[in-house]
Design a protein around this ligand. Structure first.
Ligand code: OGA
Ligand code: NI
Length: 358
């Protein structure tokens, strides 16, 4: 249906380098149209996304488990976004993973450039998402790599510095995959499906898992740009490890943007487009974006838990009724991701444009 392009349409400029040279202005390419700037419709109240304690989900008694399932269900229905604490991943490993990535971004540019990515697979060190020539760009660099399936996991495309990084990222990936599997069960049960339904629909053991580490350098004009433009995540479910010092993620709630206040050692979980499709829009992927700061950089690890890339994803038959016909046609995640990547982040227009016109 689409072809991936071999290279970027323009020379790549690292935002981290720009951040070091731009003192009191930013290049026009990074200036958003007034409607997309951070001050527009920002929420002034102190709302936050729900925080859910998972400690009793597997160990607790039946009532405690049901109460957690209910909290997850409400969070999925009302927000599409929630934080989880006592999730089983060790705080030490979370710190290590984040700080090791921070060190990577602080290595000399020549070291990072060895891993420069292309739009063919996106793996490696990158500074833009879409491939549209002349597009307005986001104020961030990133590193993208695959954990699963194993045939796509390639240590040569992972950094070799800092020295411990491959080991740390490996351990981190294993733990986050395990946690994601548990949450998939909770979501399946809450949708009224068998507990393994979503996992099986994603391809069983053969799911995909990848990591995008986002690096948001300091920006002299944070009111004019965004670290990451509004988007919904194309995959299944995202487990975000935010910066422990600097907030920045904003979630759209009606016409407002709520700035997430990360809880210590929480993961921020959100529903992606593929679960919106599988649940026939009972659960919706929610728009989010990232703002930047003039005096603080920010690092975040977005772990994407995705369907196997070549199997058709479509609304679960159990959730399709005469009253609520299938809203989306079947599409593989490979096809969908390519479609997304051609254009870069664009709110929710992509998943909405899939809606069957029947
Ligand atoms: C993402 C994302 C949010 C953040 O990488 O898809 O939404 O806080 N990141 O960096
Ligand atoms: Ni996202």
């Amino acid at each position: 249906m689409f072809n991936s392009p071999p290279d970027w349409p323009e020379p790549i400029i690292r935002v981290q380098s720009l951040s070091q040279t731009c003192i009191d202005s930013i290049p026009e390419r990074y200036i958003k149209t007034p409607n997309d700037r951070p001050s527009i419709n920002s929420s002034i109240d102190d709302a936050n996304i729900p925080i859910i304690d998972l400690s009793d989900l597997y160990g607790g008694d039946k009532d405690a488990q049901l109460s957690i399932l209910k909290q997850i269900s409400e969070a999925c229905n009302e927000w599409g976004f929630f934080q989880i604490v006592n999730h089983g991943v060790s705080p030490d490993l979370m710190d290590k993973a984040r700080e090791t990535w921070r060190q990577f971004f602080h290595l000399p540019m020549e070291v990072k450039q060895k891993y420069a990515n292309s739009p063919k697979t996106y793996e490696g060190y990158g500074s833009r998402l879409g491939i549209e020539k002349g597009a307005i760009l986001d104020w961030s660099d990133y590193y993208f790599l695959h954990y699963l399936p194993l045939c796509l996991k390639d240590y040569n495309k992972w950094p070799d510095l800092p020295p411990s990084c491959r080991e740390v990222f490996d351990d981190y990936g294993k733990e986050v995959v395990k946690l994601s599997g548990r949450l998939m069960k909770a979501l399946s049960i809450n949708l009224g499906l068998g507990e393994d339904f979503l996992q099986n629909a994603f391809g069983g053991e053969d799911i995909g898992a990848c990591l995008r580490v986002n690096f948001y350098p300091k920006c002299p004009k944070p009111d004019l740009t965004l670290g990451l433009s509004s988007h919904s995540d194309p995959g299944g479910m995202t487990m975000l490890l935010p910066d422990d010092q600097v907030p920045g993620l904003q979630v759209r709630k009606c016409d407002h943007w709520i700035t997430v206040k990360p809880h210590r050692y929480a993961f921020i979980v959100n529903i992606g487009d593929q679960i919106q499709v599988l649940s026939n829009a009972i659960y919706k992927s929610v728009e989010h974006r990232v703002i930047v700061n003039s005096d603080k950089e920010r690092v975040s690890l977005a772990f994407f838990y995705n369907p196997k890339s070549d199997i058709p994803i479509e609304p679960a038959k159990e959730l399709v009724t005469l009253d609520k016909p299938a809203l989306y046609p079947a599409m593989t995640f490979d096809q969908y991701r390519l479609f997304i990547r051609m254009r870069g982040p664009r709110g929710k227009s992509q998943v909405e444009s899939l809606k069957s016109r029947t």
